[in-house]
Design a protein around this ligand. Structure first.
Ligand code: PEP
Length: 262
């Protein structure tokens, strides 16, 4: 990344000066769920959240936000959406605005998940605009970045992350300070193949250098990609990994809660 290689974004402070970052474990249900299944999962999360050692939340399909609000309100589990429109209102069939998410008590909005980048042609600039739209209504955007296997094997991992983050970093320190970032290597999502803690840390460290250079080292950077209870501890032991964005394992209450209890 630019900040790592050239230092142009600056790396003036040490990790010790970055300050504490509270761990965050967020579930991404993707397009899974039913009213019946959700009720059991949410009830179990609500009951078990007391054992969590970190902040926890779930990002659910839009139609279930009302149910999630009813079943999680007043609990230690926050909730949010998996996408957000860049528009406030209007003729945008199928889109959901930040204000609508606020109507259902959302805290989070994912932006730029790799499945949306790949299947819905979301560009780096659009993803930054989505992050900005979330911030405009007081939601916390969780901006996802990550390289494909071909990009990694081509030795271009940090270049890809830099390119994806550039328009997000350009939003400036004040905006960044209200975001969460997530590094999710595409080749590790839903594949059962997790990045090693060292592979993940290398990218997180590069992102941290860039954040530090902009004066916002406190921004949390989650890791995502086949995280489960069995591998989360070693990932969380890395100095620049501040928690996890969890897909498949977030659909199993006990597994998700075990990750959150590490
Ligand atoms: C995700 O959906 O963001 C994700 C990381 O999925 P999984 O944990 O299933 O790889």
């Amino acid at each position: 990344m630019q900040g790592t290689q050239s230092g142009t974004r600056g790396a003036t402070a040490s990790a010790a000066q970055d300050g504490a970052r509270a761990r965050l474990v967020l579930g991404n249900w993707k397009m899974h769920g039913s009213l019946n299944d959700n009720a059991a999962l949410l009830t179990a999360l609500r009951a078990g959240a007391g054992a969590a050692t970190c902040e926890i939340g779930v990002c659910v399909p839009f139609p279930y936000l009302a149910q999630v609000e009813v079943l999680l309100k007043g609990s230690a589990v926050s909730w949010g959406a998996q996408d957000i429109s860049v528009h406030d209102k209007g003729a945008y069939t199928g889109e959901v605005s930040g204000a609508m998410l606020n109507d259902f008590g959302c805290r989070w909005a994912l932006a730029g998940h790799s499945e949306r980048r790949a299947m819905h042609a979301e560009s780096d600039v659009l993803v930054a605009e989505k992050a900005k739209a979330a911030l405009a209504v007081g939601l916390t955007p969780v901006v996802c970045v990550g390289e494909t296997l071909a990009e990694r094997e081509g030795g271009n991992t940090l270049g890809v992350i830099e390119r994806q983050l550039e328009p997000v970093l350009d939003l400036g320190a004040e905006a960044l300070g209200r975001m969460v970032l997530a590094y999710e290597p595409v080749w590790a999502i839903g594949t059962g193949r997790t990045a090693t803690p060292e592979q993940a840390q290398e990218v997180h460290s590069a992102i941290r250098v860039a954040l530090r250079g902009l004066g916002v080292p406190q921004v949390r950077v989650l890791y995502g990609g086949s995280v489960k209870a069995a591998n989360a501890a070693t990932l969380f032991a890395m100095p620049d990994i501040d928690g996890a964005l969890v897909g498949g394992a977030s659909l199993v209450a006990d597994e998700f809660l075990r990750i959150a209890a590490i």
